[in-house]
Design a protein around this ligand. Structure first.
Ligand SMILES: Nc1ncnc2c1ncn2[C@@H]1O[C@H](COP(=O)(O)OP(=O)(O)OP(=O)(O)O)[C@@H](O)[C@H]1O
Ligand SMILES: [Mg+2]
Length: 272
């Protein structure tokens, strides 16, 4: 493949007076997991909708698998799959029937075989003949992701794939996402969970106030904060520290090094 799987340049989008995206730039390398991190309302879903051609940007250029979202939307749609914040599973159908249905809708040969392979891959074989309405949250999400893989799209967008899941189900979905990336799929993931980005992503970008305020590997992001200013503290900054420092409403305007009392920062944290 030539160039990055995703190229996003100067994307802007407003809803009336609300300037949600104000010039978003980033690249995603093919075969990598890229996490787009941002608070509620930061514009993550808006960006995913633009990249999947569901919404037109006001300005900027985005290419997906080398295709321009504005001028080649059909090629873009054939290159991607989108798993939204809310699952697309039909609860009345069994897991297997859901998969067969999508495979048929995509005019693929051997829909039954495709369904069985996906059920096996996502550890759903036993549950395959049960109504999806009886599935746990984690199973449902795995089924949803497996449905989006039908047709083998090279790029997958996962919009908050683990929101609302319990810890065990989150781990299952994380493993699913890792397996996807290992098999060469490019994953763009949005999340509000720092540990999710930390665990999964090759690169992490923080979307805040309409722009990407940081973009790097976990190591690079952590290096933005001084490791341990106080010698006895062995703790390295977590992604959470980095995020809150960068996003934290100007409150974190660096305190003076020499102010004696009430330093708002770790130095005084002897009891935790
Ligand atoms: N179609 C729309 N019309 C008007 N406002 C919208 C529309 N879509 C999104 N918005 C607003 O744009 C902002 C960004 O929304 P978006 O859904 O992209 O955020 P998000 O980062 O995905 O948030 P969350 O983490 O809660 O899913 C929000 O303030 C939202 O209310
Ligand atoms: Mg969203």
């Amino acid at each position: 493949m030539f160039g990055p799987a995703l190229q996003v340049r100067g994307i802007e989008k407003s809803f009336k007076d609300l300037h949600v995206l104000q010039g978003v730039d980033f690249d995603v390398q093919a075969g990598s997991i890229f996490a787009l991190l941002g608070s509620n309302g930061a514009g993550k879903t808006t960006l995913v909708r633009i990249l999947s051609t569901l919404l037109s940007p006001d300005a900027g250029i985005a290419t997906v698998n080398g295709f321009d979202v504005a001028t080649e939307p059909k090629d873009v749609r054939e290159s991607i799959s989108l798993t939204g914040q809310f699952a697309a599973v039909d609860e009345v159908l069994t897991g297997r029937e859901n998969l067969v249905l999508i495979a048929k809708l995509r005019h693929l040969k051997h829909p039954g075989t495709i369904a069985d392979e996906l059920l096996a891959r996502f550890s759903l074989t036993e549950a395959g003949n049960r109504k999806a309405g009886t599935y746990s949250g984690g199973m449902r999400r795995r089924l949803d992701i497996s449905m989006s893989l039908i047709g083998n799209p090279p790029i997958i967008f996962l919009d908050e794939p683990t929101t609302g899941l319990d810890p065990q189900a989150r781990l299952e979905v994380w493993q699913t996402i890792k397996d996807l990336a290992n098999s060469g799929t490019t994953v763009l993931l949005t999340t509000q969970y720092l540990d999710e980005a930390e665990t999964l992503a090759d690169r992490i970008a923080i979307l805040h106030k309409g722009v990407i305020i940081q973009n790097g590997t976990l190591k690079e992001l952590k290096a933005l904060l001084p490791a341990a200013e106080v010698e006895y503290v062995e703790k390295q900054p977590s992604l959470e520290d980095v995020f809150l420092t960068l996003v934290g409403e100007d409150a974190a305007a660096a305190p003076d090094e020499n102010t004696d009392a009430a330093t708002a920062v770790p130095a005084g944290k002897e009891s935790r």
